[in-house]
Structure formats: structure tokens, C-alpha cells
Design a protein around this ligand. Structure first.
Ligand SMILES: Cc1ncc(C[n+]2csc(CCOP(=O)(O)OP(=O)(O)O)c2C)c(N)n1
Ligand SMILES: [Mg+2]
Length: 340
């Protein structure tokens, strides 16, 4: 394991996400934007075992993995900007990225990265023996039927598929634990697919946990499930109103309290018990998010701290300059630099 190399990849991913956030805040990217900040250790730790000809399928937080698989960053940015020179002709946006050359695909249909990955794995089994497919999905997506259906077929057909669950404990504003029964690795085991749990904030641990499963899949021994605990540092999406409450509680409460109280007493409407329960539910969600907000840790920083300061700074600078160049090229191609 080369920690400097892993850190460099994580730093590239983070720099790219921050650059996207800045473009989004400038109004150059339309629609929702889900970042993968907080997932870098999971992505980098697994991807480090892949080679050319292996494939990855992703969910709505796909950009770090596309960067990690060395998909052209300029074309990703152009795609997010909705430009015809983008990765998918500007028609996919950040949730539907596809790079046939690097065998990387994402979808905003929650849970679909597993059937997509099973398809990639089936193709590998027939056309590229020894190559593997990795499917990343959230823990919320584990409750989608298609994820288990695809894992079932992967087990039956012994597909070279590694399913990696990025568990940040939230599905938008629902605590995933409140809608998820049992243990996720046990679900995989029930189909005969071995599974492990790993601390997804530690890249070295993810690297260690995925080395064997990837080798096993390459050797034709079938699928594997990895359950990695991580965080989503920027909330569900950029501009997440719940995160804003923690950044500016007084200002946000001023804005929110009037419409909230107005709705709570409005007539006609639900009974008082139902209304009180709803307000209680909102309070509990905010309390849970508050705890997460203050206790979560940054996987990029956790990896960087293990390096010599000089080496760390050099890798970060290199990562940032690569990303800045890609963004500048994209904006130039679009004609939106520097004042747009
Ligand atoms: C089939 C489907 N149902 C619902 C949604 C709306 N949706 C978008 S993201 C999301 C939460 C997914 O949670 P999780 O899989 O844990 O991913 P996270 O956002 O936490 O990374 C939902 C329900 C969707 N995009 N697709
Ligand atoms: Mg989640």
C-alpha cells in the first residue's frame, strides 16, 4: 500500500468536489448537486486495486470515483455545465455520467448501481476474464429491491462483482437505521456472498479490506460485499437547508420559525396530536443531524495527517493545480472565464 499515492487520489477528489461546489455557487451548474465529500477514503481505497478494463458503477455521488478512474476532468466539468462537449454531450448532468472508455457509469436512480455493476461484471466474465466490476451504493439504496435482486444473480452466476456500501447513516432526511432491518453484511451472506464491515473514514483500512475481495473476484470466485461507514460532509446536497441551520442557527430559525409556526396552527388541517408529532419528528431529525455535524471526521485529513507535512503539502498543491487546470480549460471551452 502506498499511502502517498492514496492521499494524492483523495486530494484530487476533494479538490474536484470543492471546484464543483464553487461553480455551483456561481450559478454555472443548474439543479441539485450531491458531492462525495466524506467518501474519498472508501472510493480511493477500493479503486487503488483496479486496473484498466475493470469497471465502476456509481450513484448520485459519482464524481470522486470518476476522478479516481482518471476520466478526463475537463469533460466532466463541461458535462456538469451542460455543454455539448461534456462527457455525455451535456445531457447527463452530475447524476448520469458515463465514460465507455474507462467503463465508468453513474445513475441517479437509487439502487441501480448494483444491477449496472452486475451487467459490467457479466460482460467482464464473458469478454474480459480476470477483470472485475465495482458497484458503489449508499446504505439507503440497500433497501431497494433491485440491489438485492442483482446481488442474487451475481451470486448465482459467480460474477466478478464487488458491492461497496457507503454508509453515511442518512437517506436525505431519514435516518437509514429507522427504515433498515438487520445487518447489511448478513443480507449479502444470506445469498452466499461474503461480506465485511470496515471503517470507511480510514483509507488504509478500506484498502486492506478490499484487496482480498478484488483478487478473489479476479480469480473467478464470485461477488463480495463491503460495508463501509463514512460521512457526507456537505449534507445531502449543496445548500442543504438542514446544514444551514447548524452554520447559522439564529438567522435560519428567524426565517423558518414564522412559516413553521403558521403551518402548525393553520386551519383546517390535521389533528393537534398529529401536528405535535410532526414537529417532534422535525426536532428529532435536527437533533440527529446536529450530533452528526459535530462528531463527523474528515477522511482526507485523517489520511493526510499520517504523512510528513512537506509531502502532504506537495501532493495537495499538485492535486489542486491539476483540478484548477481542468476547470480553467472547461470554462475557456465554454467561454465563461473569467467573469461569468
Ligand atoms: C429509485 C429512487 N428513489 C428515490 C430517489 C430519491 N433519492 C435521491 S438520493 C436518496 C437517498 C439515498 O440515500 P443513500 O442511498 O443512503 O445515499 P446518500 O444520499 O446518503 O449518499 C433518495 C431517496 C431516487 N433518486 N431514486
Ligand atoms: Mg446514505
Amino acid at each position: 500500500m502506498d499511502l502517498e499515492q492514496l492521499y494524492f487520489q483523495m486530494a484530487r477528489m476533494r479538490a474536484f468536489e470543492l471546484a464543483i461546489a464553487s461553480l455551483w455557487r456561481r450559478g454555472l451548474i443548474s439543479g441539485e448537486m450531491h458531492l462525495g465529500t466524506g467518501e474519498e477514503a472508501v472510493i480511493a481505497g477500493v479503486l487503488d486495486h483496479l486496473t484498466d478494463g475493470d469497471s465502476v458503477s456509481l450513484d448520485h455521488r459519482s464524481t470522486p470515483a470518476f476522478v479516481g478512474r482518471n476520466v478526463d476532468m475537463t469533460r466532466i466539468v463541461l458535462e456538469l455545465l451542460g455543454d455539448s462537449k461534456g462527457l455525455c454531450g451535456g445531457m447527463g448532468g452530475h447524476m448520469h455520467l458515463f465514460c465507455p472508455a474507462r467503463l465508468a457509469a453513474s445513475s441517479g436512480i437509487v439502487g441501480s448501481s448494483v444491477p449496472l455493476g452486475a451487467g459490467f461484471a457479466l460482460a467482464a466474465q464473458h469478454l474480459r476474464p480476470g477483470k472485475v466490476a465495482v458497484a458503489f451504493l449508499g446504505e439507503g439504496a440497500m433497501n431497494q429491491g433491485m440491489a438485492m435482486e442483482a446481488l442474487n444473480l451475481a451470486a448465482v452466476w459467480k460474477l466478478p462483482l464487488i458491492v461497496v456500501c457507503k454508509d453515511n447513516r442518512w437517506s436525505i432526511t431519514t435516518r437509514s437505521g429507522s427504515v433498515t432491518a438487520g445487518n447489511l453484511a448478513d443480507r449479502a451472506r444470506s445469498l452466499g456472498v461474503p461480506g465485511v464491515k470496515v471503517n470507511g473514514l480510514r483509507v488504509e483500512k478500506v484498502w486492506g479490506a478490499s484487496e482480498g475481495p478484488v483478487a478473489r473476484a479476479r480469480a473467478g470466485e464470485g461477488p463480495f460485499f463491503i460495508h463501509a461507514r463514512c460521512v457526507h460532509l456537505d449534507g445531502h446536497f449543496l445548500g442543504d437547508p438542514v446544514l444551514r441551520i447548524y452554520e447559522d442557527p439564529v438567522g435560519q430559525m428567524k426565517q423558518m420559525s414564522e412559516p413553521l409556526l403558521g403551518a402548525a396552527v393553520k386551519q383546517p388541517g390535521a389533528g393537534w396530536t398529529t401536528r405535535a408529532a410532526s414537529l417532534g419528528g422535525i426536532g428529532a431529525t435536527l437533533a440527529g443531524l446536529g450530533i452528526d455535524t459535530y462528531t463527523r471526521r474528515d477522511p482526507v485529513d485523517l489520511a493526510g495527517r499520517q504523512l510528513e507535512v512537506e509531502a502532504r503539502v506537495k501532493l495537495e498543491e499538485q492535486a489542486r493545480s491539476e483540478v484548477n487546470e481542468a476547470v480553467a480549460n472547461a470554462l475557456e471551452a465554454l467561454g465563461a472565464w473569467p467573469d461569468a
